[in-house]
Design a binder for this molecule. Sequence first.
Ligand code: ZN
Ligand code: ZN
Length: 101
Amino acid sequence: MACPQCSSRDVFYSCKPECCFNHVCNSCYTTFELETTRIGEAHEEFPNPPEPDATNPTAPCARCGDCKVFAVSSPPDQKPVCVCVGCKALLTLSAVNVAKG
Ligand SMILES: [Zn+2]
Ligand SMILES: [Zn+2]
């Protein structure tokens, strides 16, 4: 996930999923939340989703609310595509509530 302000990928997650999805950019200190939009269904199996790292950017699934969402592709000029481990929804990530640092 890249910073919506300066496109830096040095973004970390500063809170807990139980609380909020506030992320902070380490380059320009912009804060933002991540939101997912469901774009379809994952038909492939993803047998080994990476272990979630607590400081990695994360977002709740738009359908089931689970935050075990991992990126399957992130084209440089497009929104990253993610899959929900819980319900296999295909999702895109977007930044909301962007506050310049
Ligand atoms: Zn930034
Ligand atoms: Zn889900």
